[in-house]
Design a protein around this ligand. Structure first.
Ligand SMILES: [Zn+2]
Length: 71
């Protein structure tokens, strides 16, 4: 389900804002910019921050049931 979460990513060539899903932003993936047509190889820093965000989303989702039962 996290694969369908969309993230904004700026094209390093034309600086246009692109939207990709988490699945597309995995390490080592090559994305093609729809605006300038250049291929973007994702760096480790990008996938690292994606991974961090994914963990934060998971944490917040895991906390929801706890909050509900705390009532
Ligand atoms: Zn571009």
């Amino acid at each position: 389900m996290f694969d369908s979460i969309k993230l904004k990513y700026e094209c390093p060539f034309c600086n246009k804002e692109l939207e990709y899903t988490l699945k597309q932003l995995q390490k080592g993936r090559i994305l093609k910019c729809p605006h300038c047509g250049k291929e973007i190889q994702l760096e480790e820093s990008v996938s690292g921050s994606v991974q961090k965000m994914e963990n934060e989303v998971k944490d917040s989702l895991e906390n929801i049931p706890k909050k509900v039962t705390m009532k």
